[in-house]
Design a protein. Structure first.
Length: 386
């Protein structure tokens, strides 16, 4: 359910009597006016990640147009902005909520002559507070994704600048402190954009690595160490992964994009990979944009082997973007209609979190002169702007 982040982006029938009463109630409801919808959520800035705990508890994170951390909370009725988060030059890229009193948000802080520093915030049920996190590298460190398993087991990933070369950054929370965990020593520059933990011995992190043409990067934690796992690289050049979600040791999804040739130019298509317990393979997915176009998936969230969502955008050569939502039904990925509010540059989705078959959230931005947050909700029948 994590994304590439702002840093990387661009009931049943009970019988005749009960049925009769139900029909009366339905007719009464049909003649009564619909309850007013809450106002559309619009804050200056962009949202990169979302995590839902219950129908009345969800978090979305990103950055304001003034480059300060942005956190929104859903209470079952509407979205409100959390105030008093602290210094400028901060942005949040990922969020993972375990319960009403335990959630993590991660990102980066930069500005002045100091290199970028990791940012970790924690929700304890009453307030968000800053938690110390390693930033060990001379060129700076940024966190792009987070996944929490329990109050004493959480992972955060991103990128470290080690003497001018990007390296994967992996941090772990043990219930007391965040510490850096060694990751594979890759020969090429690389970054991790998202992480998903299915169990203490089954964690996936994805991103990209390359010198000139990025290639998909997949790392796995087996409870003892991180190791690179082979992953497909379709197309003719650039391939990258931006989101990952793991259900079990034999069922995980990763999404992103890859370059493909179209005539005399190169554009990108949606990339969906699946882990079956033995290997990662590419799964066919729609790339809905009319040629020439660029398609990109930023986040994925899986509920079961037959119910998963992926979100992103389709960008035409006129730089007009449209939201894209794909759904997995156990057999194939299909596009589902999604609101795409008009702006000077269109609309984009970067993160998604599905809690049940009738309750999912997707977040991103509307590209205006000043960016505006975008929040969509799946109610079991359609996606609506919230």
């Amino acid at each position: 359910m994590n994304t590439a982040g702002l840093s990387g982006a661009p009931l049943r029938f009970l019988g005749l009597a009960a049925g009769g009463l139900g029909l009366v109630a339905a007719l009464a409801a049909a003649t009564a006016p619909s309850p007013p919808r809450p106002p559309i959520t619009k804050f200056g800035g962009a949202l990169a990640g979302v995590s839902a705990v219950s129908p009345a508890d969800a978090w979305a994170v990103g950055a304001t147009i003034a480059n300060t951390a942005l956190i929104l909370h859903w209470n079952g009725t509407g979205w409100t902005r959390v105030t008093g988060l602290g210094p400028a030059n901060e942005l949040l890229n990922g969020v993972s909520a375990l319960s009403a009193s335990d959630a993590w948000a991660v990102g980066t802080r930069s500005g002045g002559s100091d290199p970028p520093q990791t940012v970790v915030l924690h929700w304890n049920g009453s307030s968000w507070t800053r938690v110390a996190s390693p930033s060990p590298d001379p060129g700076g460190d940024s966190l792009l994704g987070v996944s929490a398993l329990s109050p004493s087991d959480a992972w955060a990933v991103g990128v470290a600048d080690v003497f001018g070369k990007n390296k994967p950054l992996v941090l772990h929370w043990n219930g007391t402190a965040w510490t850096q965990v060694p990751s594979p020593n890759l020969s090429q520059p690389a970054q991790l954009s998202a992480v998903s933990a299915a169990s203490p011995s089954d964690v996936w992190a994805v991103g990209a690595s390359a010198t000139s043409n990025p290639r998909t990067l997949v790392l796995h934690w087996n409870g003892t160490a991180w190791a690179q796992v082979p992953s497909p690289n379709p197309g003719i050049g650039h391939s990258a992964l931006s989101g990952v979600d793991a259900l079990s040791p034999s069922d995980a999804w990763a999404v992103g994009s890859y370059d493909t040739g179209r005539g005399t130019r190169i554009s990108s298509k949606n990339l969906v990979l699946h882990w079956n317990g033995a290997s990662w393979t590419q799964v066919a997915s729609p790339s809905p944009g009319p040629a020439p176009t660029d398609d990109f998936l930023g986040g994925v969230s899986a509920l079961s082997p037959s119910d998963a969502w992926a979100v992103g955008l389709s960008l035409t050569r006129t730089n007009d973007s449209r939201t894209v939502v794909l759904h997995w039904n156990g057999a194939s990925w299909t596009q589902v209609a999604s609101p795409s509010p008009a702006g000077q540059g269109g609309s984009e989705l970067l993160g998604v979190s599905a809690r049940s078959a009738g309750d999912a959230w997707a977040v991103g931005l509307v590209v205006r002169h000043n960016l505006s947050t975008l929040v969509l909700h799946w109610n079991g029948a359609r996606w609506i702007q919230s």
